[in-house]
Design a protein around this ligand. Sequence first.
Ligand code: GUN
Length: 294
Amino acid sequence: MGARIIDGRLVAAEIRGEVKARAAKLAAKGIVPGLAVILVGLDPASLSYVTAKEKACAENGLASFEVKMPAETSQEELLAVVRRFNADSRVHGILVQLPLPKHIDEKAVIGTIAPEKDVDGFTPINVGRMVLDEPCFLPCTPAGVIELIKRSGVPTDGARAVVVGRSNIVGKPLMNLLVRKSVNATVTICHTGTKDLALHVREADIVVACAGKPGLVTAEMLKPGCCVIDVGVNRVEDPSVAKGYRLKGDVDFEAASKVAGWITPVPGGVGPMTITMLLANTVDAAARISGLEA
Ligand code: GUN
């Protein structure tokens, strides 16, 4: 039997319905949740993310404030924009699209975002709160992965979870979220220093692939019936399509879907969840800052 396909678009639509209703409730009390998005440079993937964020805000009753700055922007100019949004009462969430150009210190920029507006959950204050299981903004992609697992009915209590990848944006926060009592998995994190990836993945009831390497996780590595969440969004050359490339995940989907019990496709799996969780965080921020219930 083939794996159940976890439809991220469907789950995202369900959560967006909830977010839209909460945003409308706040708007009725005079607070329109507002998200500021700052993009430096013209990276095509980042540009398309930013456009999608703007569209999602409009569709769900959030205000968006977008600033596109040239790649040569100085760090001080960028910090000035972040500080301006920190002080702007119409803005409840601030997102600086990563990666930033090399001459800009990412840590300094992230560290300048007011923690109460850090809807990406990237500031050291929010990361610390997440690790301590205190109320905070959870990073959007890892939070989306947890929602996908939970809403698909995948058993997590006592499950063995293997996270493949240790980025600050996905792998490390996921390790923290999977280990929380509310999920209660036993977590292993694999990375480029791992000697035998297959040895670890083979033991996993839940595999999350977030290494950014197309096809890294193969069907042969998987335990039959496991849940596979593919966070990879890799552009691979494909002359047969007009764009010249297609998106491929970190998992060999075709073969893996014959072994796994659940699997997310790329595209249409984790991708739609990231912006959805960003909208949810922005509504939460607006509620907290205004002291109103959403
Ligand atoms: N670049 C890739 N993913 C993300 C994300 O979740 N947030 C931001 N700010 N930049 C990103």
